[in-house]
Ligand binder design. Structure first.
Ligand code: IPM
Ligand code: MN
Length: 346
């Protein structure tokens, strides 16, 4: 098979540690990968003032996929690395699907009492290029008692329809075939109306898929009280950001939550990253759980059509998690990576 050309952005904090383990697993599945590491993040910013130079962006465009660790450091004012590096990559590469599975692996502890693993098995399809993340806004009379700050949510018919279609395709391929739109149509009447009408219209093409609607506030409650209500969730950028942290919490914590920033047409490289951040408080201590990154590697393999390899990695993680029950807790980042790698190679 052909070589996978992979760009690696370890980034900040624990990003470098977890990415190293993800790459170990990727190498062990037996696919040929050609990797190039890109030094982007807080260190580069302090050294050169650069976040994402245009030349680097242009180079990244040529890869099959990107594996990213984490971006962000307390030494950089908030928003700079997030907007000019992470979000810029998502926007420039038109990652309109931010795919975030919320799945409880058997054996993982959830804060929800008496919840069998099969009750938490959903996929959140978070829109990745629009909404409040892309909206315009501004400030007037800043710093005065009469300050006015506005922040608009951008929703285009084109942008909403393509992500809704993707979500319907996902729902169609799953056993339960259920799609829930999560929004706030009772208050956000313009954007909510566009989302709801789009779902209704596309639904006509998917008679096998059951569609449902839930306000974001109620959905937050049901994630905790009745997670089995959800199969595929489609929602906008900010609601998706918030609800997937909640999703990570119910599925065993942010150490297990994987994600893909996907351009389904593969015009640009898709980018896979753990949902967690750079965790500067535990960086460099070998304490970070690399599982979220390893599961993101499985998503990367799946996206590239390497289904057997993706399944192998997922299986290895599931088996490793079962062992955690048997008192393997307290392993270092390396040890977890080594153990999962051994399962993948064996
Ligand atoms: C995430 C993160 C980012 C987001 C931040 C770091 C910009 O929270 O990937 O969920 O809001 O999308
Ligand atoms: Mn987030």
């Amino acid at each position: 098979s052909r070589n996978i050309r992979l760009a690696v952005i370890p980034g900040d904090g624990i990003g470098t540690e977890v990415v190293a383990e993800g790459l170990k697993v990727l190498e062990a599945v037996g696919t040929k990968i050609e990797q190039t590491h890109y030094d982007l993040g807080a260190a580069r910013y302090h050294r050169t003032g650069e976040t994402l130079p245009d030349a680097v962006l242009a180079e990244l465009r040529g890869y099959d996929a990107i594996l990213l660790g984490a971006i962000g450091d307390p030494s950089v004012p908030p928003g700079i690395l997030e907007r000019d590096l992470l979000l810029r990559l998502r926007f420039e590469f038109d990652h309109y699907v931010n795919l975030r599975p919320v799945k409880l692996f058997p054996g993982v502890e959830t804060p929800l009492a008496d919840t069998p693993a099969e009750n938490i098995d959903m996929i959140v399809v978070r829109e990745g290029t629009e909404g409040l993340y892309a909206g315009t806004g501004g400030t007037m009379r800043r710093g005065t008692p009469h300050e006015i700050a506005t922040q608009e949510s951008l929703n285009t018919a084109y942008g909403v329809e393509r992500v809704v279609r993707y979500a319907f395709e996902k729902a169609k391929a799953r056993p339960r075939k259920k799609l829930t739109l999560v929004h706030k149509t009772n208050v956000l009447t313009y954007a909510g109306d566009l989302w709801q009408r789009t779902v209704n219209r596309v639904a006509e093409e998917y008679p096998d898929v059951t569609t449902d609607y839930c306000h974001i506030d109620a959905a937050s409650m049901f994630f905790v009280t009745q997670p089995e209500r959800f199969d595929v969730v489609v929602t906008d950028n900010l609601f998706g950001d918030i609800i997937t942290d909640l999703g990570a919490a119910i599925a065993g914590g942010i150490g297990l939550a994987a994600s893909g920033n996907i351009n389904p047409e593969r015009i640009t490289p898709s980018m896979f990253e753990p949902v967690h951040g750079s965790a500067p408080d535990i960086a460099g201590q070998g304490k970070a759980d690399p599982t979220a990154t390893i599961l993101s590697v499985a998503m990367l393999l799946e996206h590239l059509g390497l289904h057997a390899e993706a399944a192998k990695v997922e299986r290895a993680v599931a088996d490793d998690i079962v062992e955690r029950l048997a008192g393997w807790a307290g392993r270092s980042t390396h040890e977890i990576g080594d153990d999962i790698t051994a399962r993948v190679s064996g």
